[in-house]
Design a protein around this ligand. Structure first.
Ligand code: HEM
Length: 433
C-alpha cells in the first residue's frame, strides 16, 4: 500500500512539474511565434524575397500573398475583382457616410474624387505646399538648438500645420490634430485584430475631428455675411464656392466627409515616411552623405530620389489588402498562375514589388534616378494615393532642413533609436552641429 502511495505521489509530482515545464515551453514557443510574427510585420522583405523565387503567389488559409511586381499591379488594377474593404470602418469614422477610399469604382467615387481634385490642385504644390513645408520645417529645425525629436518636434507637426492651413480650418492644437488623425488611421488601416481599445480611441478621435470640421465650415459660411469679405482661396473656400454654384454632392456633410478622409490619410503617413526614411539613411552613412549633398545643393529631385529609395527598405505600408469578389486566375498563362477564389483575401505586397529584381536593378542598393513607375509607396490603380504628388514634395521637404545640417547623427543611447507606439514611430532623436 505504502509503495502505491509513493508511486501516486511521484506521479502527482511528475504531473504537476511536467505541466509546469510544458507550460514554460508553451509560453516560450508562443512568445517566440509572437516575436516572429511581429518581426515579419515589421520587416517582411526577407520573407517576400524567398516567396518571389519559390512561391510568388502563396495561397494559404483563404489568403493569397502576391509578391512579384507585375502580379501586384495586376491585382491592384483589377478593382472590379479585388475590392477595397474599408467601407464599414470608414462609416464609423466619418459619422455614417462613406469616403471615396472606402468606395468601389462607381459614380459616387468619381463624383467625390473629382470634386477633391478640383479643390486640391497640382499647381498648389509649388505655390503653396512646397514653400509652407520649407518654412515650417526650417523654423522647427532652427529652433531645436541642434537636438530634435524627429517625430514629436518635426514630422508630426509640419503636415498637421500644413493641412489645417491649406484646408483653411483653424486648428485647436498641433497635438490634437496629430493624435486624432493617427487614432482614426490606426483603426481604419492597421488594426487587423479589431482591437476594441483601438476602435474606442478612433470613435472618440473622429467625433472630435468631425466637430472641428463642422465648426470650421459653419464659421466660414458665417464669415462673408458678417464682414463682406470674399471667400479665401483655400480648400474649404473652394468647396463652398462649388456649393454656392449648386454643384451636387457638395453639401456641408459631404464636404466634411471628404476633408475628414483626406485629413486622416495625410498626417500619420507623412510623419511615418519621414522618420523611417531618415532612419534608413542614418543606417547607411554613404547614402546619407549623398542625400545631404543633394539637400545642401538644393537639388530637390535628387534629394527626393534618395528619400524614396531609403523608404523602400521600410515603407509606410509594405502591403495593401483586397477582397476577391469573383473567382479569378492571377498571372494566367504563366507557371505561377493561381486561382484566387471568390471570398479570398489578397495581400498585394507593394514593398516586395519594389524589390523584384526582374524589374528593379540591384534592388538592395540605394540608387538615385530609378524610373518613377518602379515605386508603389502610394499604391497603384484606382485607389492610388490622392496625395502622391504632395508627398513627393512634402516628405523630402520636411527632411531637407535637417539633412542640410552638418554632422547629422543619432542622439546617443536609446533616444537616437526609432521607437514605435503601435504602428507609428513615436520618437527618434537626432543631433547636428
Ligand atoms: C505621405 C505618405 C502617404 C502614404 C505612404 C500614403 C499611402 C497611400 C496608399 C498606399 C494608398 C492606397 C490605399 C489602398 O490602395 O488601399 C493611399 C490612398 C489614399 N491616400 Fe495616401 N498616403 C500618404 C499621404 C497622403 C496624403 C498627404 C493625403 C491627402 C492629401 C492622402 C490621401 C489619400 C487618399 C484620399 C487615398 C484614397 C485614394 C482613392 O481612393 O482614390 N494620402 N495612400
Amino acid at each position: 500500500m505504502k509503495l502505491l502511495d509513493n508511486w501516486k505521489n511521484a506521479f502527482d509530482r511528475l504531473e504537476a512539474e511536467g505541466m509546469a515545464v510544458l507550460q514554460e515551453v508553451e509560453t516560450d514557443v508562443t512568445s517566440f511565434l509572437d516575436r516572429l510574427k511581429q518581426h515579419l510585420i515589421e520587416n517582411p522583405e526577407p520573407v517576400f524575397a524567398v516567396l518571389r523565387r519559390v512561391q510568388p503567389i502563396l495561397f494559404v488559409k483563404n489568403t493569397a500573398v502576391v509578391t512579384r511586381f507585375e502580379d501586384v499591379q495586376e491585382v491592384l488594377s483589377r478593382d472590379d475583382v479585388f475590392q477595397v474593404t474599408y467601407k464599414d470602418k470608414m462609416e464609423v469614422v466619418a459619422g455614417g457616410s462613406n469616403f471615396f477610399l472606402g468606395m468601389q469604382n462607381s459614380a459616387d467615387y468619381e463624383r467625390d474624387h473629382s470634386h477633391m481634385l478640383t479643390v486640391i490642385r497640382r499647381e498648389d504644390i509649388p505655390q503653396q505646399v512646397a514653400p509652407f513645408v520649407a518654412a515650417t520645417a526650417e523654423s522647427l529645425v532652427a529652433a531645436s538648438g541642434g537636438r530634435i525629436d524627429v517625430v514629436g518636434q518635426l514630422s508630426r507637426i509640419v503636415p498637421t500645420r500644413w493641412i489645417a492651413a491649406y484646408f483653411g480650418c483653424p486648428w485647436p492644437s498641433d497635438e490634437d490634430l496629430a493624435t486624432w488623425s493617427t487614432a482614426a488611421f490606426q483603426y481604419l488601416f492597421t488594426d487587423i485584430d479589431d482591437d476594441p481599445a483601438v476602435a474606442a480611441a478612433a470613435r472618440d478621435a473622429s467625433a472630435k475631428t468631425r466637430a472641428w470640421l463642422d465648426t470650421s465650415i459653419r464659421n466660414r459660411k458665417a464669415q462673408p455675411s458678417q464682414s463682406g469679405t470674399p471667400q479665401p482661396d483655400d480648400v474649404l473656400g473652394r468647396c463652398l464656392a462649388l456649393q454656392n454654384a449648386g454643384v451636387p454632392g457638395m453639401d456641408d456633410s459631404t464636404i466634411r466627409t471628404n476633408l475628414l478622409g483626406l485629413f486622416v490619410g495625410a498626417i500619420p503617413t507623412t510623419s511615418k515616411c519621414c522618420t523611417q526614411a531618415l532612419d534608413e539613411l542614418l543606417k547607411r552613412p554613404a547614402d546619407l552623405a549623398k542625400a545631404q549633398d543633394a539637400a545642401a545643393s538644393n537639388n530637390d529631385t535628387l534629394l527626393a530620389d534618395y528619400v524614396f529609395e531609403a523608404l523602400r527598405f521600410n515603407p509606410n505600408n509594405p502591403v495593401v489588402v483586397r477582397l476577391s469578389v469573383q473567382d479569378y486566375t492571377l498571372a494566367k498563362g504563366t507557371m505561377r498562375e493561381t486561382l484566387i477564389p471568390k471570398g479570398a483575401s489578397v495581400v498585394a505586397a507593394t514593398q516586395s514589388a519594389m524589390f523584384d529584381d526582374r524589374f528593379v536593378d540591384s534592388p538592395n542598393e540605394i540608387r538615385a534616378g530609378r524610373p518613377p513607375y518602379l515605386y508603389m509607396h502610394f499604391g497603384y490603380g484606382l485607389h492610388t494615393c490622392f496625395g502622391q504628388y504632395i508627398n513627393r514634395v512634402q516628405i523630402p521637404g520636411i527632411l531637407k532642413p535637417l539633412l542640410k545640417r552638418k554632422n547629422l547623427r543619432r542622439a546617443v543611447g536609446d533616444a537616437g533609436q526609432l521607437t514605435y507606439s503601435g504602428p507609428f514611430p513615436s520618437t527618434m532623436t537626432v543631433q547636428f552641429d
